[in-house]
Design a protein around this ligand. Structure first.
Ligand code: TZP
Ligand code: MG
Length: 220
């Protein structure tokens, strides 16, 4: 099994994780948004083409391949949300799955070469994800979010501290309502990084937004 990213590299890549699809970009070109965000300091990217106005079929594939290429050129991992077929078609570095999606263990087995990320909301889900072979966890919502309409209850960074206290050492990011004002709390609670959608994708300057976030999470 050839894995391109070892655990230390993954922890590093998770520091500032941009999660985004075209509906999150306020009408801007997602390619331009991602390019600017990478200049600003984003270290990993997830294509989450979801919600009202999300591209489908060939348009989705075309957008995915442009963004995939950009990530490859800049040396950052490219992850696909949920869609195993799309992840394979785009030769993604990984796939992210939620609790309502396919069983993590089955995905892990079918895609041994990929980074597998799993959304976990409590210690039980984190332990299951670990035994299913997840490479990293997304934990949230940390704060109130308007991006994911079916998000669970806000748990705050205390949710991450609980997982760490419960022995979960896996690479882990907080997600949900994170911006430059609160990112440091998420890291201090034990996260390796933060995953953000609107704080970068909907910012008037994604580059500056990413740079500001990055400044708040490095050298804490
Ligand atoms: N999963 C939990 S909250 C969330 C996802 C995908 C949305 C986060 O979006 P934002 O804009 O960073 O609050
Ligand atoms: Mg999902």
């Amino acid at each position: 099994m050839i894995r391109k990213w070892d655990e230390a590299q993954l922890r590093e890549a998770l520091r500032l994780y941009l999660v985004m699809g075209s509906p999150n970009c306020n009408g801007a070109d997602p390619y331009a948004v991602l390019e600017a965000a990478i200049y600003g300091g984003v270290t990993m990217f997830q294509l989450r083409e979801k919600g009202p106005g999300a591209l489908q079929g060939p348009e989705r594939l075309a957008l995915g391949s442009r963004l995939r290429r950009l990530c490859a050129q800049r040396g950052i991992p490219f992850i696909v949300n949920d869609d195993e077929r799309l992840a394979l078609e785009l030769e993604a570095d990984g796939i992210h799955i939620g609790q309502e999606d396919e069983a993590a263990a089955a995905v892990r087995k079918r895609l041994p070469q990929m980074i597998v990320g799993v959304s976990a909301h409590d210690l039980g889900e984190a332990q299951s994800a670990l035994s299913d072979g997840a490479d990293y966890l997304g934990v949230g919502p940390q704060y109130a979010t308007r991006t994911k309409l079916d998000a669970r209850e806000v748990q705050g960074p205390a949710g991450i501290a609980l997982l760490r206290a419960g022995g979960i050492a896996l690479p882990l990011v907080g997600i949900g309502g994170i911006d430059a004002s609160n990112a440091s709390h998420v890291i201090r609670a034990g996260a390796d990084g933060v995953a953000v959608v609107s704080a970068i994708a909907a910012a008037s300057s994604p580059r500056e937004a990413a740079a500001e976030l990055r400044e708040r999470i490095v050298n804490l």
